[in-house]
Design a protein around this ligand. Sequence first.
Ligand code: ADE
Length: 232
Amino acid sequence: MNIAIMGAMVEEITPLLERFGEYKTVEIANNKFYTLKYKNIDVTVAYSKIGKVNAALTASILINRFGAEKLLFSGVAGAIRDDLHIGDLIAAEALVQHDLDITVFGHPYGFVPESKVLIKADTKLLKAAQETAKALNLTLKSGIIATGDQFICDGAKKEWIRKTFEADAIEMEGAGVAFVCDALNIPFFILRAISDAADAHAGFDFDEFLQSSSKISADFIISMLDKLEKQI
Ligand code: ADE
């Protein structure tokens, strides 16, 4: 089994690499990919750098060059739904590009040409994640994650995204990864721990909680690997 684990920022993958301990480093396309063996799983870890385009490039390389058969994303997000607090975990059931706007041609907000608005995550991986959460006695929330090339730190913009897409959380990579995995038929799972509330304090909160929330997400992903390893 070959599994890729992706983050967007170095802070998001550092807790993973610290837990794995030993790995080889390969450089491709101005980025680093860390390969290792975890139990009987071949794992490649990478951070894409921020944004949908970087995320899509890294996901493509993980699949096409490193042979990833499943892709797990670990990182942080801004909360949109009111019951999501700093450090809470949310898994994407579906993802949307909130900044993709070709409404002038009669399409809904977020519509991807020759595709759809929402891309659904793999139900088997979501089930494995819920079972992992249950075994750890943790709450794993799930919902719609909205992705765009903007750091949202404004109540009105957040409200627009909530109303338009019924989104629960916001980040800047997930839908890019989802698009690539969906197109290439690779099951994917996007996990985020909340770092801020996408409001006027978001910049400050993000800096304050990036590390701790990244670790919460990374620890969960490793527990999930243990679960997946038993299923192989
Ligand atoms: N990632 C974490 N918080 C975010 C926010 N408020 N907007 C966009 N991406 C984020």
